[in-house]
Design a protein around this ligand. Structure first.
Ligand code: SF4
Length: 330
């Protein structure tokens, strides 16, 4: 179902003369670990598979690879983020899906009926299918827009926390169609643009609107922000994953909270989990400058409000809720 690019993996191992390879896989690809390990060992290198979670290219296991003396990291399922290549060579294998998008996009047409101008986007697994999706939509009389900004590798590509390609065309379109499996990126697209969003899932061959789920997230964000408004002691979290470390942002927020007469504790962590935060019972609200996914989609699991950096300013009365929604949550 996914292209593991076995020939390119072997060629890169040979080109670098790699002897020990550390492999990172997102959860959906972990079942392929034994196959990937045997491909690497056929190429003459030792394969070590990371069993830790890996949610994005932000989470490059450079430190872990150094501990294991690996001379190559193979990172599956994501495209590279600029500026993160540090030390150990990294091979990105995007794991493109070998599945037709036709049924899912045709199924999306009934949801897209009210609109003429459609923004098209995809996760990296399906960006190669955007042209086929465009043809189907244009064949149904739609005007199709696909955005592209500097810093994102592919036209129309979205990441869990980067919807700039979609935002660049948001004023031109009435609704978005996202090609991708699951709801995660479609929800993010809605929250980034506040436009009706349909997800066409090529694995299921079906499409659906995500507005109800997105509105539930928005309501939950308002509840968390409202609760945080009364907090006196705050924790400001800095992520320790390679592409999630925003210490400057944490320090700026600390200063702004202190200027509003709040007490602030700086925390640093790799995995932001409810269990970890439960160890700090006197902290009444948190700001998470690491992955925004955790605040937006998982905050229900946390015992205290866990705000994104922008939401702090709503809680402090320095940004209006309406302006936050207008700018987009991502
Ligand atoms: S920061 Fe979060 S949403 Fe962004 S790429 Fe990493 S895991 Fe995905």
């Amino acid at each position: 179902m996914f292209d593991l690019e076995e020939d390119r993996v072997k060629a890169e191992i040979a080109r670098l003369g790699a002897r020990r390879v550390f492999v990172q896989l997102p959860e959906g690809l972990k079942p392929a670990a034994p196959r990937i390990a045997s491909v690497i060992e056929e190429a003459g290198a030792l394969a070590i598979i990371s069993a830790d979670p890996c949610y994005g290219a932000c989470d490059l296991a450079v430190h872990e690879a150094e501990i294991l003396s690996a001379d190559l990291i193979i990172h599956y399922g994501h495209s590279g983020m600029p500026g993160l290549e540090i030390g150990v060579p990294i091979l990105y294998v995007e794991a493109r899906a070998n599945v037709s998008v036709r049924d899912a996009v045709e199924d999306a047409l009934k949801h897209l009926e009210p609109w003429d101008n459609i923004g098209l986007a995809a996760t990296v697994q399906h960006v190669h299918a955007l042209n086929e999706a465009r043809e189907i939509l244009e064949g149904a009389g739609k005007r199709v827009y696909v955005g592209h900004v500097a810093g994102l590798k592919y036209h129309g590509q979205v990441l869990g926390c980067d919807y700039r390609n979609a935002k660049a065309i948001s004023d031109l379109v009435e609704a978005f169609l996202l090609i991708g499996g699951g709801l995660f990126h479609a929800l993010g697209l809605f929250l980034a643009t506040m436009k009706p969003t349909i997800v066409a899932d090529p694995f299921e061959g079906k499409a659906r609107r995500v507005d109800d789920e997105a509105n539930r997230v928005i309501n939950r964000r308002w509840m968390d922000i409202s609760e945080a408004m009364g907090a006196r002691r705050w924790g400001v979290i800095t992520g320790l994953k390679t592409g999630q470390t925003n210490l400057e942002s944490s320090l700026r927020i600390k200063g702004d909270l202190e200027a509003a007469e709040k007490e602030v504790v700086l925390l640093a962590m790799r995995e932001v989990t409810p269990e970890a935060l439960m160890e700090f019972p006197s902290i009444e609200a948190y700001v998470n400058t690491a992955c925004p996914r955790i605040s937006l989609y998982e905050s229900r699991k946390f015992p205290r409000p866990l705000l994104t950096p922008r939401e702090v300013y709503v809680a402090l009365g320095k940004m209006r809720w309406e302006d936050y929604l207008r700018l987009g949550m991502l």
